[in-house]
Write a protein that binds this ligand. Structure first.
Ligand SMILES: C[S@@+](CC[C@H](N)C(=O)[O-])C[C@H]1O[C@@H](n2cnc3c(N)ncnc32)[C@H](O)[C@@H]1O
Length: 447
C-alpha cells in the first residue's frame, strides 16, 4: 500500500502493525513529518513500513501497489500536484487495485467559502500558531455579532461555528487557513479521473454511495451528483480503479467473501419474536432498525451478539439457519436469497464490511497487552488508534491502565503501578478491572 501525503503515519503505522505480512510505503513533502513517522515506526519495531520525504510530483520508482491512499490532500494542493496524484494512482497501481482519494466537495463548500474568506481576512500570513489564535478570536466575535442578528443565515452559521469551536487546531488550519482549498463537484472530479484512465468505483462510505450502487439505479454519476445537491455535500472520499476494470453496481454475491459487523444492540426480544413474522426493533446508535423477515432478524441478532466483532457472511447465515431449523439446502438458498437485503443494511449504515475476523482480544487476559501504537500515542496524550482502526479519546483511568498493560504485568502488578489515592484497595481493583473491560470492548487489547 502506498500513501501519498501520509504526514506522521497516523494511518499507515496501525495498518502496518495489524498486517505484518503486507508492505506499506508513505510519502510526504514535509521532512519534519516524515522524520516523526520514521521515529514512531522504529519505536514500534516495524520492518514492513517505510517513509520518504518526497513530493507526489517527483516520486522515486517503486514496485506497483495494490492500494494507493491519498486523504485530505487532493483539493488542498495546486493543479500540478492534483494531476500528479491521479497519475500515480494510474501508473503505480496494479490492474485490479483500488485507490482512495478524498476531496472537499461542492456544493457544500460554496457557503463555507464565506467563512474561509472571513478567516483569511482576520488571520493574515504569519506563524501558524498566531494565525489559529487570531482565527479563534475572529470566530468568537463573529458568533457574538450573529447572535444579535437572528435570521436563517445566522442560525446556520452559528451551528457551523459551534462545530468549529470543538474542532482540533490542525483541522481549523487545514480547512480555513491553508493557501489552497479548491472544492469541486463530483462530476468534475470524475472527469479529471477519466482523463487519467481512472474510474470511480464507489464512495468509500457505502451510505453515500448507496443511491448509485443499487441494482436498477439510473446513471450512477448523475444520480450521485443530484444527491450531493440535495444533501449539500461538502466532502467525498472516492474509491478509484483503472477505467477498464470498472464495475458500477454492487454485486450482492460478493458479500459471501467478506465479514460483517454491527453496532446494533441486542434487542429485548425472545426467541419466538425472532423466528416469527412480527417486527423486531434493533437500536443502532440511537436509530431504530425494524426488521420482520425471520432470517434477517436472526442474522442481525447473530452479529449483535458479537459486540462489534466481525463474523463471516457464512457464519452469520449458518447461525440464522440454525435458529430457524433450516436443513443444509434451505440454509444455502436462504443465504444467497438474502444477500440483497443484507446489502441494504450496509447501505443503511447498520453494518460495516471487513476483510476478515477481528484480531483483538475479546477480554483482558492474565497479562493484558494493549496495542503498542495506542501505548505510544497515549504518552503524547493524543487520541489513540484502536485495533478497529478508529480513533478514540481515553478516559483517565483507562489511560493509566493502558500504559501499564505491556504483557509483563498481571492484575496485581498493574494495580501496584497505578497511583494511590483515597479509594480502598477493593475499589481500586474494581476500577482497574472496569478500565480493562473498557480497553477490551474498545478494541485496544491484543489477542
Ligand atoms: C492535511 S495533511 C493530511 C495528512 C494525512 N493524510 C491525514 O489525513 O491526516 C496534507 C499532507 O499532504 C502533504 N503534502 C502536500 N502537498 C504535497 C505534495 N505535493 N507531495 C507530497 N505531500 C504533500 C503535506 O505535507 C501534509 O502532510
Amino acid at each position: 500500500m502506498l500513501e501519498l501525503g501520509c504526514a506522521r503515519g497516523a494511518n499507515l503505522l496501525p495498518m502496518a502493525l495489524d498486517l505484518p505480512e503486507s508492505e506499506f510505503v508513505g510519502v510526504d513533502l514535509s521532512e519534519v513529518q516524515v522524520a516523526e513517522a520514521r521515529r514512531r515506526a522504529e519505536a514500534l519495531g516495524l520492518r514492513n513500513v517505510s517513509f520518504r520525504a518526497e513530493s507526489v510530483e517527483a516520486l522515486s520508482d517503486d514496485a506497483p501497489f495494490d492500494y494507493v491512499i491519498c486523504h485530505g490532500v487532493y483539493s488542498w494542493v495546486p493543479p500540478a500536484a492534483r494531476d500528479a496524484i491521479l497519475a500515480v494512482c494510474r501508473e503505480r497501481m496494479r490492474p485490479g487495485g483500488v485507490a482512495y482519494v478524498s476531496f472537499n466537495a461542492l456544493p457544500g463548500w460554496n457557503a463555507l467559502r464565506t467563512l474561509r474568506d472571513f478567516l483569511l481576512e482576520h488571520a493574515p500570513p504569519g506563524p501558524a500558531v498566531q494565525r489559529v489564535a487570531r482565527a479563534r478570536l475572529a470566530l468568537s466575535v463573529l458568533d457574538e455579532s450573529l447572535r444579535a442578528e437572528p435570521s436563517p443565515w445566522s442560525a446556520w452559521m452559528r451551528d457551523e461555528l459551534r462545530e468549529l469551536a470543538d474542532a482540533e487546531d490542525a483541522y481549523l488550519f487545514h480547512e480555513y487557513l491553508e493557501p489552497v482549498n479548491d472544492a469541486l463537484y463530483l462530476r468534475d472530479f470524475v472527469a479529471h479521473c477519466r482523463a487519467h484512465g481512472l474510474a470511480q468505483l464507489s464512495d468509500a462510505d457505502l451510505r453515500i454511495a448507496a443511491p448509485s450502487l443499487r441494482p436498477g439505479a439510473g446513471d450512477p454519476l448523475s444520480l450521485a451528483q443530484s444527491v450531493d445537491f440535495t444533501r449539500n455535500r461538502r466532502f467525498r472520499a472516492s474509491l478509484l480503479v483503472h477505467a477498464e476494470t470498472a464495475a458500477d453496481r454492487a454485486d450482492p454475491a460478493s458479500l459471501a467473501r467478506l465479514h460483517l459487523a454491527t453496532r446494533a444492540q441486542l434487542p429485548d426480544a425472545d426467541a419466538s419474536a425472532l423466528t416469527g413474522d412480527s417486527a423486531v426493533r434493533f437500536d443502532c446508535d440511537g436509530r431504530a432498525i425494524a426488521l420482520s423477515d425471520p432470517w434477517m432478524k436472526c442474522a442481525l441478532h447473530s452479529l449483535a451478539s458479537e459486540d462489534r466483532r466481525p463474523l463471516s457472511y457464512a457464519a452469520m447465515a449458518a447461525s440464522a439457519a440454525a435458529r430457524l431449523g433450516l436443513d443444509r439446502r434451505a440454509a444455502l438458498v436462504a443465504a444467497a436469497a438474502h444477500a440483497p437485503d443484507v446489502l441494504e443494511l450496509l447501505f443503511d449504515g447498520a453494518l460495516s464490511l471487513h476483510a476478515g475476523p477481528a484480531r483483538y482480544a475479546e477480554a483482558a487476559g492474565l497479562r493484558p497487552i494493549a496495542s503498542p501504537i495506542a501505548r505510544l500515542q497515549s504518552q503524547r496524550s493524543e487520541l489513540v488508534t484502536t485495533l478497529r482502526h478508529t480513533r478514540i479519546e481515553l478516559p483517565e483511568q483507562a489511560r493509566a491502565v493502558l500504559r501499564l498493560s505491556d504483557g509483563t504485568r498481571d492484575r496485581a502488578a498493574i494495580l501496584a503501578g497505578l497511583s494511590r489515592d483515597e479509594r480502598s484497595e477493593a475499589q481500586r481493583a474494581g476500577d482497574c478491572e472496569e478500565a480493562l473491560d473498557w480497553l477490551a470492548s474498545n478494541a485496544l487489547l491484543l489477542e
